[in-house]
Write a protein that binds this ligand. Structure first.
Ligand code: FEO
Ligand code: CA
Ligand code: CA
Ligand code: CA
Length: 585
């Protein structure tokens, strides 16, 4: 009988049926309201969304494309700042007249004006929102409103800042950079800043390095030479031949102060350079700030940063540069269920001049090479990582790795041709996130039952999912997982949000809560502190997942969420609430 009795805090919402169609669906008894769409005006003087007549000037005053990370920073009862990453653009769905495009076949020829729109649609948004009569809405005249784009001036800080490898003709200081790109997930700090991870930076750099260039090894390790964006045709900084150091100025965690719209975002080099998924953290018991970091690519690694200084909860300004000094480590998962954090510190563990690391700056600029050198475990695409402050356990989303051969499996990556991913639970020694050692186990292997998924027996067919990507822990310490890669073809269901039990006899039980329209993935998930609202980001609705069935501006797979003839689909943030009020789930 015990197995049928939900543990304290277990989920009790009516489960949503898995499936896929043109629109979103939420569990019965819950409301889903569109809060912010691509192109929505953010300032009182913003032009209205006009997809047939886009301009960079208009886009820079409107909500950007492909919302990914969502953070909520409370400003008072029913009021707060929503901070949102705009990861990338889908030109085939943004601009009329381009026809069928296979994004994977390289950069599309766009006009300079269209490139400028793309650059303005990247980055992030800060939007003040208020809840009135149970509904959230953006405040158009808020003094906090901000758009950050691929052109916003930023500084590089920390151990690599100013290093010759970060210097360019445009910036001989190696400390000034324009813009952030491909910002995927992130985090919000207790001192009210927003951490935003630059992920697939290699897509933005055209061409080849000059023959025999010193950055060749670095460029290869980060996948340069496979561009999807043609910005480098007009912008020399995105052309490897003309600006070989520019890629070293991207791939960082950016810290942004949304309380001050004039503040200069800072790329924190101490947190390493990689294809950053997120940057969720917590205050360790000794007051130091700990950030868990995933490098989202096949066979890449799981990282942890521990600040040297302690968080001052009473003085925001005292925490301003906390993330510039500390220790970055990388995880090794051992077969006995233990593991350790290997520090990436110059002069230790073979990270020395003989190995091509002349300083800590070199270790950070080539974080991936340093991780391999110290013997880190090569994982199945580490995405979001979140700690549960109630239990001090840490959840690592591994979204999959179809390229893993049978002879390459290991206990932490146990599936050959891992199509559907898995989730690892880490328990730091003594609940101390600064300790070198931890225990770990696979919480669940994802996918459908016939794929060897290991959800609990209490999981219904609707509760199965593949490709975990983002996650959130609610105020009651419960884990929610959003996905990227479920489709008609892969699992017969749309991406969406699932709640998964981590405690008690129902551990490993998954339940479906929300699903996205066709072609989209689900990002965000972000709870308000009272658990009464869950913000989710519907990214790339209508994107084709089948090369044989391209989706275009004129004939998209869906026109979500406007469903107006002639209107393209629009990525959007959705606010989920319980009808009649109350906590979610
Ligand atoms: Fe941008 Fe790792 O997903
Ligand atoms: Ca992601
Ligand atoms: Ca998250
Ligand atoms: Ca993903």
């Amino acid at each position: 009988a015990q197995a049928d009795t939900p543990a304290a805090g277990a989920f009790d919402f009516p489960e949503l049926a898995a499936g896929v169609d043109a629109t979103h669906h939420v569990a019965e008894g819950y409301a889903a309201e569109i809060l912010l769409r691509w192109g929505d005006p953010l300032f009182p003087d913003s032009p209205p969304f006009d997809p047939q007549n886009q301009s960079a000037a208009a886009q820079a005053r409107q909500f950007g494309y492909n919302n990914d990370f969502v953070g909520f920073i409370p400003l008072g009862e029913g009021r707060g700042l929503l901070v949102v990453n705009h990861e990338y653009t889908n030109v085939e769905l943004m601009f009329p007249g381009l026809g069928a495009i296979n994004r994977r076949s390289g950069p599309v020829a766009l006009s300079p004006a269209q490139v400028a729109v793309e650059m303005a649609a990247h980055g992030g948004s800060v939007v003040e929102i208020v809840r009135e009569g149970g509904r959230w809405r953006p405040i158009l005249g808020s003094p906090y409103t901000r758009r950050i784009t691929a052109e916003t001036p930023m500084t590089l800080t920390g151990p690599a800042a100013g290093h010759p490898r970060l210097q360019t003709a445009e910036d001989p200081s190696g400390r000034q950079v324009r813009g952030m790109i491909n910002n995927c997930s992130g985090g919000v700090t207790p001192w009210g800043t927003w951490l935003s991870g630059e992920e697939n930076i290699h897509y933005y750099f055209l061409g080849q390095l000059p023959e025999g260039h010193a950055e060749a090894r670095n460029a290869a390790l980060y996948g340069m030479g496979t561009p999807l964006y043609g910005w480098g045709r007009e912008h020399p900084r995105f052309d490897l031949a003309r600006t070989p150091h520019e890629p070293n100025r991207f791939g960082w965690v950016v810290e942004i102060d949304p309380h001050d719209p004039l503040s200069v975002p800072k790329k924190r080099t101490a947190l390493g350079r990689m294809k950053h998924e997120g940057a969720a953290g917590l205050v360790n018991r000794d007051g130091r700030y700990v950030v868990y970091l995933g490098d989202d690519e096949r066979f890449e690694h799981v990282y942890r940063f521990v600040s040297e200084g302690r968080v001052d909860p009473a003085d925001r300004a005292a925490n301003r540069d906390l993330l510039d000094t500390g220790t970055l480590s990388v995880a090794r998962f051992d077969a006995d269920g233990t593991g350790c954090w290997l520090p990436l510190v110059h002069g230790e563990g073979g990270l020395d001049a003989a190995a091509g690391f002349a300083s800590q700056a070199d270790v950070l600029i080539e974080t991936r090479r340093a991780a391999r050198r110290v013997g880190a475990t090569r994982m199945d695409r580490p995405e979001d990582i979140e700690a549960n402050p109630a239990t001090n356990r840490v959840y690592v989303m591994l979204t999959g790795n179809p390229g893993r051969k049978p002879e390459e499996t290991d206990p932490a990556n146990p599936r050959a041709r891992n199509l559907f991913g898995h989730i690892i639970e880490i328990a730091p020694e003594g609940g101390d996130h600064a300790q070198a050692r931890f225990r770990w186990e696979v919480l669940v292997r994802c996918g459908l039952p016939e794929s060897g998924a290991t959800f609990s027996a209490a999981t219904t067919p609707d509760g199965y999912f593949g490709m975990p990507d983002n996650c959130a822990v609610d105020a009651r310490g419960r884990l929610w997982i959003s996905t990227d890669g479920n489709s008609r073809r892969s699992t017969g269901r749309a991406d969406g949000l699932w709640a998964i039990e981590t405690e008690g006899p129902r551990r490993g039980t998954s339940r479906h809560f929300f699903r996205v329209p066709v072609g989209a993935e689900l990002c965000g998930p972000c709870f308000t502190p009272d658990d009464e609202t869950l913000f989710v980001a519907v990214q790339h609705p209508g994107e084709s997942d089948d090369p044989a069935a391209p989706s275009t501006y004129e004939t998209p797979a869906t026109r979500w969420p406007d469903f107006a003839e002639g209107r393209p689909p629009r990525p959007a943030v959705v606010a989920l609430t319980r009808k009649g009020g109350g906590r979610i789930g």
